[in-house]
Design a protein around this ligand. Sequence first.
Ligand code: GLN
Length: 289
Amino acid sequence: MTSLREAQQQAGARLRVLPHAEAELEAALLLCHLLDKPRSHLYAWPEQELTANQMRQFSQLLERRLSGEPLAYILGLREFWSLQLEVNPDTLIPRPETELLVEIALTHLDDSQASRIADLGTGSGAIALAIGRERPDCHIDATDLKPQTLQTARSNAQRLGIGNLEFHLGSWYSALPRGAHYRLLLSNPPYIADDDPHLCQGDLPREPRAALASGPDGLQAIRQLCADAPAHLEAGGWLIFEHGFEQGAAARSLLQQAGFVEIQTHQDLAGLDRVTEGCLPAPAQAVSQ
Ligand code: GLN
């Protein structure tokens, strides 16, 4: 018979072969997933014995993880902005860096004014749901190219009871309701170069490629987001997007070319360029004689 403590220790030792994995933590999370119990259960009942059937299931979970399946897909969940989001191989796994984008976006929302916001390429719905939870008075349009991805975002909204979101299928701005103008356009677009070796590391090989890679320099989606944004923003509105740590200068220059002002790049907790924003100025008034 194997106790919870032993099972966790043995699994932790096996998971240590995975690069970039927090082996002990992952072993605990897999065990809790199997038992459908919170982490505190492992501390409270370390001597509890696993049945033969549970041992078999646990070793299947371990094999899946050891074969490179991301922990978030095995658990079917990932926390973002304190929201438990359902994730699956049709959605990018939300990253903590993206919470920076949410923080910046919230600073541009007037407390006393309900605004219209778009999240382009919403994936699991991470950005849209975080903003929707913080600002129930605002309306958020969330888009995605794939119906199954949009369905996951929609079911996350339903499960979390966040009702101020609408979901639209389609590519970038073309998915948005015709004629709508937004206070904020937000996106965590794909921004990795097609041949970047990072695509072969960690969880990335199992995540949707279209959510990660974007042309030879990784900037294809960002170029389109910047160039077409002015037609969808109200005057004084902001485009805010995430990008790679070496793309800050390119992001600022693309915003400048599209007519944006007050352009600024923000660094993530690791001190790396991660999010760039720009404001669309009001059109210059025609000078009357
Ligand atoms: N907005 C989602 C996230 O940040 C999905 C982004 C994407 O698929 N590139 O997790």
